[in-house]
Write a protein that binds this ligand. Structure first.
Ligand code: ASP
Ligand code: MG
Length: 408
């Protein structure tokens, strides 16, 4: 007998029929003698609907009120799922985040979980109930409703699994696992039966939307056994997120190719090469709450150098404005920007022990005549910025050249 936390996303609870399907799946686990905590998202499209509704009334809704509003999406789902479970003759009970007492900080719309009170959940589980918890929400120390940021139900699932020391946290979604890349771009992309936690973290931060990045961080920190599965298919093991030391199986050197088109590039030309310059450039950007991703500064030979970095596309205009001010102030030779770029990344823990991965990636792009604009690397990742219009081509050729379509 095991304790499972099963999280179902928006499409998995998108209609009464889908909800009945979820209830049946949960019932099968219960029939096998397992204890189950169900965590659900709002029905698909509901969170977006609520946000647009709020914006019709106020273009810039107050964050506290927005959380009061968007948290209702999940509240509807928990009640419906619980009713469906009862309809099958199971004992079930729903809880909002506040009812569980999922305590968060007070950062409305992007709160962090601080503590989960296990009392109610434990006693219900011990008395044979399926507990159904609203994802994405909590309550701060003053009793205000908070939400955890888009995609936050994944984090609720993992956090509850950590708090209850569950045997496994299963994330049921509309794909049947984590793929070597987006199958819509590369039809030969393969589902990975396992991926290491670190690789998953990279993929999540690089734009793979399968799991909210914070949920992966949480799983890593508390060593939660985490699995991604399809809620549409009855069979299948999905993808298990493993910790490197217990991944004793033969592993590919590269696990996947990620890409995103969410960034923009800014270059400050002819920057004087002296101490404090990077701070003078990026300080104001940080002060404006703009996150910087890649940063490249070259060595200078005549006292001047170019300084480039990337930001989210939504912040591009604002960052350009700020940089024009910086340019005037530090007397560099102008600012140029480009928001038609893509970042393509090759990810794999095998890079640590294998040389030549970067050169293979560069050769592959060169053979297609794709120009590389920026490069950044970590121990297990190479990210390359290219012209946006070559994104799909780059992903396809890299996938092929690392033979990711071949089973390991
Ligand atoms: N309903 C929320 C969202 O759409 C949370 C979630 O689905 O994980 O972002
Ligand atoms: Mg999601």
């Amino acid at each position: 007998m095991a304790l499972f936390v099963q999280k179902f996303g928006g499409t998995s609870v998108g209609s009464p029929e889908r909800i009945r399907h979820v209830a049946k799946r949960v019932a099968r686990f219960v029939a096998q003698g397992h204890k189950v905590v169900v965590v659900v998202s709002a029905m698909s499209g509901e969170t977006n609907r609520l946000i647009s509704l709020a914006k019709e009334v106020s273009p810039n809704p107050d964050p506290r009120e927005l959380d009061v509003m968007v948290s209702t999406g999940e509240q509807v789902s928990i009640a419906l799922v619980t009713m469906a479970l009862m309809q099958l003759g199971l004992k079930a009970r729903s809880y909002t985040g506040a009812q569980v007492r999922i305590t968060t900080d007070s950062a409305f719309t992007r709160a962090r979980i601080l503590d989960i009170d296990q009392t109610n959940l434990r006693s219900d589980l011990d008395s044979g109930y399926v507990v159904v918890v609203a994802g994405f929400q909590g309550v701060d120390e003053h009793g205000n409703i908070t939400t955890l940021g888009r995609g936050g139900s994944d984090t609720t699932g993992v956090a509850i699994a950590a708090a209850l020391s569950a045997d496994e946290c299963q994330i049921y979604t509309d794909v049947d696992g984590v793929y070597t890349t987006d199958p819509r771009i590369v039809p030969e992309a393969r589902r990975l039966s396992t991926i290491t936690f670190e690789e998953m973290l990279e993929l999540a931060s690089l734009g793979s939307k399968v799991l909210q990045i914070r949920s992966v961080e949480f799983a890593g920190k508390y060593r939660v056994r985490l699995r991604v599965l399809s809620s549409f298919e009855e069979v299948g093991e999905g993808t298990l997120i493993t910790f490197e030391e217990d991944a004793n199986m033969e592993k590919a050197i590269i696990s996947g190719i990620a890409f995103n088109r969410d960034e923009a590039k800014i270059t400050l030309l002819g920057v004087p090469d002296r101490p404090g310059i990077a701070y003078q450039i990026l300080g104001p950007i940080g002060d404006a709450n703009i996150d910087v991703d890649m940063i490249v500064q070259n060595v200078s030979h005549d006292g001047l150098t170019d300084f480039s970095f990337t930001v989210h596309r939504n912040d591009f205009r604002k960052a350009m404005e700020i940089l024009k001010g910086v340019d005037a102030h530090i007397k560099s030779r102008g600012v140029i920007g480009d928001d038609k770029i893509a970042k393509v990344s090759v990810v794999g823990v095998g890079m640590r022990s294998h040389a030549g991965i970067a050169s293979t990636a560069f050769r592959t792009l060169a053979e297609e005549g794709i120009n590389i604009q920026m490069i950044s690397t970590s121990e297990i990742k190479i990210s390359i910025v290219i012209d946006e219009k070559y994104t799909e081509l780059a992903v396809r050729v890299l996938h092929k050249s690392f033979e990711l379509e071949q089973p390991v």
